[in-house]
Design a protein around this ligand. Structure first.
Ligand SMILES: NC(=O)c1ccc[n+]([C@@H]2O[C@H](COP(=O)([O-])OP(=O)(O)OC[C@H]3O[C@@H](n4cnc5c(N)ncnc54)[C@H](O)[C@@H]3O)[C@@H](O)[C@H]2O)c1
Length: 412
């Protein structure tokens, strides 16, 4: 977006001291967390006047958080369209499962709200493209929740690459490893289902939205990441953060091909999970660049990270909270320019909270005409396309090719 477009999208004039009015759609794990980050990172800037959730437990919890941290009592909704119909709401935070991002974002654009929508931008490449188009035809500000771009350590990594600290980069190794059981997640993405849940307090039809109709199913509702109707699994839940950050740090866009492989290997008797808990994806980009991705839910020794591997050095960002730089050793005889580069090691365990606070603040600054959003829908879509390609490659057991000119994929 151009600076003039950002400036044009300022909020309607308000009395001095008036706050931005916000609605939260989805107050589950992420919505509840982002509310806290909003209050802590942008104190006094926003009043959350509405919360919408289809599970009464989370709706009440979200309302409680607003009362406790914001000091006001928000209106509550089960139908997001009713929230969007309130003209006093300036911005919405869409924090629902992946398959709902498209209908909710499109409706919010139509309702003329500024939008912070969680990643992935959408559940399919085609839906994402429609959001990008609708956003381009609108003057609303949209920020996609790929908050690592707002993480000072990734910003430092980008700066170091641009300064030439690691030389030419043709290879990134990215990984995300987890293990289970944990108290809240006894098996991969099997989050604990609240004991009080039943059809009277959990609106199954609204959760399904555009997805295939099925009888009420608590596992699908609370553990939606395991099912293709609502999620692309690892590819669109985790990997999109890492393709996004490769794009950001190295100025990349989209790959030309992907080969993904994996399976449901971890733990327990076979169940109805569809998304793999083990996934490798290999990408080629047009400009001699390769991204090697690995994710496994049965061992978390190596955590989460990206390693930017240049001819002259390596930068790694680990667990969103550590950055390391190592110059290449060239068999003990490095060129003087490389030998002069000192290792860098920095750690700050608060960095992920900081990133989310900065990402939200960047969004709020943008709607006031003071900044440009760092993750507009075009950026969200470029991060998501490789994720969707990995899901398609995995599910079809074939290599997949992306044509950026036509916006279409084909299998080998
Ligand atoms: N940026 C990040 O690092 C990050 C981290 C975690 C999750 N996320 C994203 O946040 C989103 C939500 O994930 P989560 O972990 O909070 O899931 P969650 O299941 O904990 O929460 C989803 C919430 O949406 C509610 N919901 C479902 N259908 C609804 C509807 N039709 N209308 C209103 N509310 C509805 C559910 O009741 C639940 O409270 C996902 O897109 C996920 O990818 C992003």
């Amino acid at each position: 977006m151009t600076a003039s477009a950002a400036a044009a999208a300022v909020l309607p004039s308000r009395a001095a001291g008036d706050t931005i009015q916000a609605g939260f759609i989805g107050a589950g794990g992420r919505g509840y967390y982002c509310m806290e980050r909003l209050y802590r990172g942008s104190p006094g800037l926003v009043t959350v006047t509405a919360v919408c959730d289809t599970y009464a437990g989370n709706l009440n919890r979200g309302k409680d958080r607003v009362q406790t941290m914001g000091g006001n009592s928000p209106k509550t909704y089960v139908d997001y369209r009713e929230l969007l119909a309130d003209p006093s709401i300036d911005v919405v935070f869409i924090m629902t499962p992946e398959h709902l991002h498209f209908p909710m974002t499109m409706a919010a654009i139509k309702a003329k709200k500024h939008i912070y929508v969680e990643k992935p931008l959408a559940h399919t490449i085609e839906e994402g493209a429609q959001i990008v188009k609708a956003a381009q035809q609108s003057d609303r500000i949209i920020q996609v929740g790929t908050q690592n771009r707002s993480n000072p350590f990734y910003q430092k990594a980008k700066e170091m690459v641009e300064q030439g600290m690691i030389g030419d980069v043709h290879y990134v190794r990215a990984f995300w490893y987890r293990n289970f059981p944990s108290p809240t997640t006894p098996a991969p993405w099997r989050y604990v289902i609240p004991a009080d849940t039943d059809e009277s307090n959990t609106d199954w039809a609204r959760f399904l939205g555009p997805a295939a109709k099925r009888p009420f199913d608590k596992q699908r509702y609370f553990q939606w990441r395991n099912y293709w109707d609502y999620s692309g699994g690892i590819s669109t839940d985790l990997l999109v953060h890492q393709t996004d950050i490769a794009n950001y740090v190295l100025n990349k866009t989209v790959p030309v091909s992907c080969m993904a492989s994996g399976g449901i290997y971890a733990f327990g008797p076979p169940d109805d999970r569809e998304a793999p808990d083990t996934l490798s994806a290999i990408y080629e980009y047009a400009d001699k660049f390769h991204l090697n991705y690995s994710c496994f839910f049965g061992n978390d020794q190596y955590g989460y990270g990206e390693q930017f591997m240049g001819y002259e050095g390596t930068i790694e960002v680990l667990n969103r909270s550590e950055i390391h730089f190592y110059p290449q050793k060239f068999g003990g005889k490095p060129p003087a320019s490389v030998a002069a580069r000192k290792e860098v090691h920095m750690t700050d365990r608060t960095m992920d909270n900081v990133s989310v606070e900065r990402h939200i603040r960047n969004f709020l600054d943008a709607i006031q005409g003071k900044a440009k959003v760092i993750a507009p829908p075009t950026v969200g879509q470029m991060a998501a396309i490789p994720g969707h390609l990995a899901t398609l490659s995995y599910r079809n057991n074939r290599k997949i090719y992306w044509n950026e000119q036509t916006g279409r994929y084909r299998f080998s």
